[in-house]
Each structure stands twice: as C-alpha cells, then as structure tokens.
Ligand binder design. Structure first.
Ligand SMILES: [Zn+2]
Length: 225
C-alpha cells in the first residue's frame, strides 16, 4: 500500500491546534516538531485531523516506546482541541464575526502563524518578555520540569506516569503555559517546580540524605556544555 504524504493544509491545521508546541514538554523548536498518527497510519490508511497529534521528536520516541502512555496521548489531543476551540471562540468575539487564519509561512511548517482579527494580530512563537523568549530562563525551567518528571516517574513507575498533569497544574496556578509566563514570574515558577520535585518520594529521600535534587539557576546557567 502506498502511503500518501500528509497534505500541507492538514499539517498546518495540526500546528495551529497545538500552537506549534509539543503538548508533553512544551518544546516549540519547529525543527524537532513532527506530526504523529495516534492510531498508526498503517492501520487507518488515511490522514484525519482527529487522528493527528503534534509532538517533538523526543516525545514522539517516548510515545513509540510507551514511555508516554496512549491514554496521555488521547488526553493531550483532547486538551489541544478544547484549547483551540476556546481560542477560536474568543477571537470570534474579538473580531465580531470573521476569523481568518493567515499563515505567513508557505512551507511545510507553520512556524509563524498569524491569527488575524480586526483588533490585533497575534503572533505565535516566543512572546517577548516571557520565560519562553529568554533562553537561560527557558533552559532552567526545562531542567526543573525534566527533573520533576524523572523523580515522579521513579515514584509511580513508567506506565502510571501522567505527563500532562504537571502542565495543567502550572496553567491553573500561573494562568498560562510555562513558557508563556512573564519573565518576572520566573522565580515563582522555579519555586513551584522545586517544591514539586522536593515533594516526590525520591526528592524527599535524596534531600534527607543531603543530596541535591536539582541545580540552582546560577549553577545551571554557568554549567559548561
Ligand atoms: Zn516533547
């Protein structure tokens, strides 16, 4: 059976639905983002928007290896659909009635998606002044997130790990995805993540032994590559 390649239009739709971000780790580097078939393409022999998910190469591998459970994949898809619907509705309100999505990129990857409304043009991608836009802040936040996932996984076991939970609790507490949080709130986010790490069973054990659960921002910043 010849596999038809994914139509560009559909690919773009998926990038928009997922806001050009991996739903599991927040990665937004377009060079690593890829479209994943939730039910394998070999089985469905078709491309359908409902069956497609955007992930980074790293998390894609984790899905293939069942490190990210299928249930989480469905949850991530469900969340992205809801979030996108809500954003669309909001834009319709803002714009009166017309919503137009105009991608500025004609290539495969919608790395810049302009959502045009009457009042404003919202550019996707790192927002100036946010954690995502400042490399050092972004890298340290990722370090803490990775560490939390590592520790939590050690607690609950791979199969029971629900990666999406941390992201939704960050969203609830800070009102935004971690990399969309203003840089001024970086310390609060770091404190929140450190507390979560220290609260895991492994975190408590290590702390009791006087072992470090994570690097400080300064250590991480000056760490040789
Ligand atoms: Zn990822």
């Amino acid at each position: 059976m010849n596999r038809k390649s994914l139509p560009k239009k559909l690919e773009k739709e998926i990038y928009q639905q997922f806001q050009s971000q991996c739903p599991f780790c927040g990665e937004s580097d377009v060079n690593t983002l890829q479209v994943h078939h939730i039910v394998p393409h070999a089985q469905v022999q078709a491309h359908h928007v409902k069956n497609l998910l955007l992930t980074c190469a790293n998390c894609h591998q984790k899905i293939e290896n069942d490190v990210i459970a299928q249930r989480e994949v469905y949850e991530a898809k469900f969340d992205a659909e809801r979030a996108f619907e809500a954003a669309t509705e909001q834009m319709q309100k803002d714009a009166g009635s017309v919503v137009s999505f105009s991608g500025t990129n004609t290539g495969v990857v919608a790395n810049t998606v302009n959502m045009t409304t009457k009042s404003s043009s919202v550019k996707q991608g790192p927002i100036p002044g946010t954690i995502g836009a400042e490399l050092e802040l972004r890298n340290y936040a990722k370090h803490l997130i990775d560490r939390y996932r590592e520790f939590k996984e050690a607690d609950v076991g791979k199969g029971a790990m629900r990666h999406a939970v941390l992201y939704s609790s960050i969203k609830r507490k800070f009102g935004a995805k971690w990399d969309h949080i203003p840089a001024e709130s970086f310390e609060n986010l770091a404190a929140f993540l450190r507390e979560r790490i220290d609260g895991t069973r492994l975190g408590k054990t290590q702390k009791a032994r006087g072992q470090k659960n994570y690097s400080s921002f300064e250590e991480h910043r000056t760490k040789p590559l």
